[in-house]
Write a protein that binds this ligand. Structure first.
Ligand code: ADP
Ligand code: ADP
Length: 233
């Protein structure tokens, strides 16, 4: 599904070139849940940007679904540390946003709005937010907003979900609740995941495979399969 082969990424940098990734290799199979862990500055965000096609490697190759990445990757959904909900839209309207932007949904949006609404409601129900669809984001807790942001990342049925520290801003109890929510979604919907996290327990709880990065230069130094594979729906 995803292959980084011997990838080097050097930023121009203001005071001279900065090599964020140096000859790193990572493979993620279709349907796999992969976690990437490592210290701040080791190149985790850079790796995410390479996979989603926001930047191009200086050397080596990046491919998604067998296709060399040359521009923004359309099959990916994304969520970040902050939910970034639009405050003037309800939760439901926030979740439906990608359907107004991403083809082929965009073209069908005005005609099929009712069906899309049902689709968004179904997803909100899976994460336990069915009763909160018409609330505004600022009326909800951080954990609830992060549940909604997972729905928004998945509403257009991406085959790849990219998560950059999605639970880092949450308290420990809420964070563990959200692990369950994410695992349910993954088991139900069967997408491939790359999760960037500082939390080794989180990686161990959620992922099939853990890629450990080192800094200076940024590189994957170890890849471990988690010993007890979880059942899939
Ligand atoms: P992480 O996400 O693991 O914290 P990043 O991928 O953000 O790491 O950064 C990796 C390294 O590359 C760091 O040393 C960072 O300062 C550097 N870096 C990131 N983006 C840029 C950029 N646009 N220009 C110059 N250096 C950068
Ligand atoms: P994180 O550790 O969460 O990735 P950072 O503070 O390292 O956050 O980086 C935030 C953003 O700034 C990232 O998009 C990264 O690529 C960019 N960045 C990081 N370091 C530099 C740098 N030295 N020059 C320019 N941009 C940078």
């Amino acid at each position: 599904m995803i292959a980084l082969d011997d990838v080097t990424l050097t930023y121009p940098g203001r005071t001279g070139p900065v090599t964020a990734l140096a000859g790193t290799t990572m493979h993620v199979a279709k349907g796999e849940f992969a976690a990437v862990v490592g210290p701040s500055g080791c190149g985790k965000s850079t790796l995410m940007k390479l996979v989603t096609g926001l930047i191009r490697p200086t050397a080596g190759s990046v491919s998604v679904e067998g296709q060399k990445v040359t521009g923004p990757v359309k099959v990916a959904g994304m969520a970040f540390q902050h939910a970034n909900m639009l405050p003037w839209r309800t939760v439901l309207q926030n979740v439906m946003l990608p359907l107004e932007i991403v083809e082929p949904y965009r073209r069908r949006f005005s005609r099929e709005k009712g069906a899309f609404r049902d689709k968004a409601m179904a997803l909100l129900n899976v994460v336990g937010l069915g009763a909160f669809a018409d609330r505004f984001p600022w009326e909800m807790s951080g954990g609830m907003q992060q549940r909604a942001s997972l729905c928004r990342a998945l509403i257009h049925e991406p085959r790849l979900l990219m998560l950059d520290e999605p639970f880092a801003a949450l308290d420990a109890f809420t964070r563990e609740e959200l692990w369950g929510v994410l695992r349910d979604l993954w088991q139900k919907l069967g997408f491939t995941v790359i999760l960037v996290t500082h939390d080794l327990r989180e990686a161990g709880f959620l992922a099939d495979t853990i890629h450990v990065m080192s800094a200076r230069p940024g590189r994957i130094v170890e890849t471990r399969r988690v010993p007890f594979p979880r059942p899939r729906a």
